[in-house]
Design a protein around this ligand. Structure first.
Ligand SMILES: Cc1cc2nc3c(=O)[nH]c(=O)nc-3n(C[C@H](O)[C@H](O)[C@H](O)COP(=O)(O)OP(=O)(O)OC[C@H]3O[C@@H](n4cnc5c(N)ncnc54)[C@H](O)[C@@H]3O)c2cc1C
Length: 505
């Protein structure tokens, strides 16, 4: 039986492939790079365990719990130290704990009396009902005031998206915020009433969902899924063309420098938006769409393809059929981010670092976007008597800094940590990873890309688009997206086997 092709061995692709395999559907995973995990990257070195991409998984869905269980990883799961719950936000050039209860909000130094009064007035601010898409900054200024934007939300947005609140869209990037306003007329009322409703339904809110990692870092998850998938995973294999034929899908590209061409029942694209934009996609082609001389069928959204060599294809014949235009996805912005992991001797850091980490608003004037207190969260991240601090540089705030040489990144980070945490001397461990295109920005107008993705799936039945560029940028969103797309593929295959059931006429 022909397999389903899964393109991309990041966590989305691996979750999708593993879920399909468990349902008895054969899969082949194509990964352009020489490793699995995508942006997940853990490194064990010199007694430190460094995590450069995501640091934790939020257990927001039973699908995540099931994936970990099915992969046989329950015993390797690592929950964070409960004493590391505090989160800090920098103000007056020092980390201040974020209040965790309403009383704490009234007494915190994080906000002036004026900002606190603006927040207390929020339930009386009329909701916006004109249906216009609003940026995160405009939404927050309207409901909570300028100071709350500059000293809280700006830092949060940098921590989650490495993004700019003036560009990010509320309905696309933080849909729950817009829904709270629409449903309850106020964020504060919505928090209180929504919590009661969730309690009645037995649900856990995202901000309260448990987070976890694994004994040897998050890389354990993709590595284990890869081992379970065995020979189905093909590394160093870049897919460049997809064509829907009468029999299914032809997938073409380069595998270890050689030409690849395989047949599949369906295709899951679990890569990145910028690589999606580079794919050649055609539908309604003859049996072998790349044999010169087969009949073309004219254009759907782009020009008819007449079997000429495709630009950049090295002379290979371009697929024949209706070409679907994917170029718009290249507009999706992925700012660069550098992750800087530094280890210090405990006595060389004045701050207790007892907590999850600190977020830094732009107005405070530091280069780093924020720091995770990695070894407070998971003590096995540093050797005894040492601690690990993971900081991020770049994003939409300072994209030009992310590509600095490692020495300069470490120096900038150490200097900021000296002021903020009282770090002395030089780090005992240092390692940087540069992500040239890190996280997609769900900016104003992003809805048109999601709309286009849905249209493509309709125009090319058997092609499924999943992952961080469509279903949410977090690791947990990506896992859920992978598991969910596996369900959609299974339904598609079932309907294809029994077409009478789907078309009773
Ligand atoms: C620095 C950083 C920090 C982060 N921190 C957090 C965090 O703390 N918490 C959190 O929840 N999330 C975090 N995230 C986000 C989260 O890690 C990602 O959204 C998630 O891992 C994305 O997984 P994915 O599989 O969708 O994509 P990716 O990991 O990008 O994987 C896509 C894979 O597809 C491959 N590919 C693409 N095109 C092709 C092709 N044509 N042929 C073959 N292969 C192809 C790529 O090589 C890649 O391996 C962070 C991300 C970054 C970059």
């Amino acid at each position: 039986m022909k397999s389903v092709a899964v393109i991309g061995a990041g966590i989305t692709g691996l979750s999708a492939a593993f879920s399909l395999q468990r349902q008895g559907v054969p899969v082949t995973v194509y990964e352009a790079s020489g490793r699995v995990g995508g942006v997940i990257r853990s490194l064990r070195q010199d007694g430190y365990l460094a995590e450069f991409g995501p640091n934790t998984i939020l257990e927001t869905s039973p699908k995540i719990t099931k994936l970990v269980r099915d992969a046989g990883l329950e015993s390797r799961r690592l929950d964070p130290d409960p004493r590391a719950a505090a989160r800090y936000v920098v103000r007056y050039r020092r980390p201040i704990p974020m209040p965790s209860a309403p009383l704490g909000f009234l007494t915190t130094e994080l906000f002036t009396v004026r900002a606190k009064l603006a927040v207390l007035r929020e339930p009386f601010v009329p909701p916006r009902r004109d249906g216009q898409e609003e940026s995160v900054a405009d939404f927050v200024i309207r409901r909570l005031g300028q100071e709350f934007l500059e000293h809280a939300i700006d830092a949060l947005v940098a921590g989650v998206y490495a993004g700019d609140p003036h560009k990010l869209s509320v309905p696309q990037a933080f849909p729950k915020l817009g829904q709270l306003e629409a449903r309850y007329g106020s964020l504060i009322k919505g928090q209180i009433l929504g919590a009661r409703e969730r309690k009645r339904r037995g649900e856990v809110a995202k901000d309260r969902a448990p987070k976890f990692s694994f004994d040897e870092g998050l890389q354990v998850l993709p590595d284990t899924l890869r081992a379970r998938l065995g020979d189905a995973v093909r590394l160093n294999t870049s897919v460049t063309k997809l064509c829907r034929t009468a029999e299914g899908w032809t997938v073409a590209g380069r595998a270890d420098g050689r030409e690849l061409r395989t047949e599949h029942r369906g295709v899951v694209y679990a890569g990145t938006a910028f690589k999606l934009a580079e794919l050649e996609l055609c539908v309604e082609a003859e049996k072998d769409p790349w044999i010169a001389g087969s009949t073309g069928h004219g254009a759907l959204t782009a020009e008819p393809n007449r079997g000429e060599p495709a630009p950049g294809s090295g002379g290979t014949t371009a697929p024949r059929g209706k070409r679907l235009d994917l170029s718009a996805f290249s507009e999706i912005r992925y700012p660069p981010v550098a992750s800087v992991v530094l280890g210090f001797r405990r006595e060389d850091v004045a701050h207790p670092c007892a907590g999850f980490g600190m977020l830094i608003p732009k107005v405070e004037g530091f280069k780093i976007l924020g720091t995770i207190f990695s070894s407070s969260l998971f003590p096995n991240r540093a050797p005894a008597g040492h601690l690990t601090l993971t900081s991020y540089i770049g994003g939409e705030r300072y994209p030009e800094l992310a590509s600095l040489p490692p020495d300069q990144l470490c120096a900038l980070t150490t200097e900021d940590l000296r002021v903020l945490l009282g770090v002395r001397g030089q780090p005992t461990f240092r390692h940087c990873v540069f992500y040239p295109r890190a996280i997609p920005q769900y900016n104003l107008g992003y809805g048109r890309y999601r709309q286009r993705m849905a249209e493509l799936e309709t125009a090319a039945p058997g092609l499924f688009l999943a992952g961080h560029y469509r279903d949410g940028i977090s690791l947990s969103d990506s896992i859920v997206s992978g598991c969910h797309v596996a369900e959609r593929v299974a339904e598609f295959l079932k309907a294809a086997e029994d077409p009478d059931k789907t078309h009773p006429e």
